[in-house]
Design a protein around this ligand. Structure first.
Ligand code: BGC
Ligand code: CA
Length: 341
């Protein structure tokens, strides 16, 4: 009798559980992508936090790799829309292609949070009321990196290898047209000229995927190049890298060539912090991907639930037309890198 009762109880419990699962359509589903899983920062910092935080929030996150192909991303967004996701969290491949994605979301009436690559077309954020951006103030990283380099340059007169008072530098840029790449390039160099220090760009390299391997090859060739003008001796005196991923490639190249030059990155990836400790990297700038991932999902969840966009959070959306949440950058040097490890 007891056994039979137990059996019936278990049967009913199972039934109730299945029924719950089937009718539980409260779960918020978010369709998301990373522009390429080949990016150290996006794949190594932002994606894991998106996945972890989605679980914490009870969100169903459907995340895909856009393989650095905007056409592929357009198709992926169509698929998300066809599946009826509650919100989209999109890392553009091409920052100039925001309109296509925004119009898709608008037509389908699905809220959209763009993150990491800010739309470059002026006014495009205004065409749809349910689109926002989560990222940083692109220029800020360059300003901070520039200040670090200027103060180290001033403290180390021997870095001016040919003693001409000018900084002969090479620069690893990242993706042309990417607001972060463009603004960092301008601001880091401007810090020197603002401080009254002359600069001379020996070479600049752009790479659409901000890639370690490409940077290594580039640095290999830069280290063997002859930079002398007819009568003036010139060498590379500083390596400016717009992200840590590319700095890793340059450091590997310098180690192989047994020539360690001052080098600075951006992102503060775990490996970069270790390299600062080992004296291989002079500094980096924390690009807080963890908080960018959290802000992206907080906003997406709020809007999917019909809440005010920042309800229950500390995020601030700028009302300057950018509709952006901008997470702050932080300088990371030999003095404080351990705080970030
Ligand atoms: C990061 C880079 C990354 C890029 C991708 C930037 O904010 O600093 O490391 O490659 O975003 O869009
Ligand atoms: Ca010099």
């Amino acid at each position: 009798m007891k056994k039979l009762f137990l059996l019936i109880a278990v049967f009913f419990l199972g039934f109730v559980l299945i029924a719950c699962e089937e009718t539980d359509d409260d779960t918020i589903t978010i369709g998301a992508n990373i522009y390429t899983y080949g990016d150290n920062f996006m794949n190594g910092v932002v994606r894991p936090e998106l996945e972890r935080y989605a679980e914490e929030l009870g969100i169903e996150l459907d995340i895909v790799d856009s393989e650095n192909d905007q056409g592929k991303l357009n198709d992926q967004v169509d698929t998300f829309i066809a599946r009826g996701v509650d919100a989209l969290a999109i890392n553009l491949v091409d920052p100039a292609a925001a309109r296509t994605i925004i119009e898709k979301a608008q037509t389908a009436d699905i809220p959209l949070v763009l993150f990491n690559k800010e739309a470059t077309e002026e006014g495009v954020m205004d065409i749809y009321d349910a689109v926002w951006y989560v990222g940083t103030d692109s220029a800020e990283a360059g300003v901070i990196q520039g200040q670090m380099m200027v103060s180290d340059w001033e403290a180390n007169p021997d870095w001016d290898l040919n003693g001409d008072g000018k900084v002969q530098y090479v620069l690893l840029k990242g993706e042309p047209g990417h607001p972060d790449a463009e603004a960092r390039t301008l601001e880091s160099v401007k810090a020197f000229t603002d401080a009254g220090i002359e600069v001379e760009e020996l070479a600049l390299q752009a790479s659409t995927t901000w890639n370690t391997g490409d940077a290594k090859n580039t640095m290999d060739s830069w280290l063997t190049a002859d930079w002398d003008d007819d009568d003036v001796e010139k060498d590379i005196e500083l390596v400016i890298s717009n992200n840590d991923g590319m700095a890793f490639g340059a450091v590997t190249s310098m180690k192989e060539a047994d020539t360690m030059l001052p080098i600075y990155g951006v992102d503060a990836l775990a490996q970069a912090l270790d390299m600062i400790g080992a004296g291989e990297l002079n500094g980096t700038v924390l690009n807080d991907g963890v908080n960018q991932a959290r802000a992206t999902l907080d906003l997406a969840l709020n809007v999917a639930q019909g809440n005010d966009i920042t309800e229950g959070t500390d995020w601030v959306v700028r009302d300057d037309g950018t509709k952006a949440v901008r997470v702050a950058y932080v300088a990371v040097t030999e003095e404080n890198y351990e705080d970030f490890q």
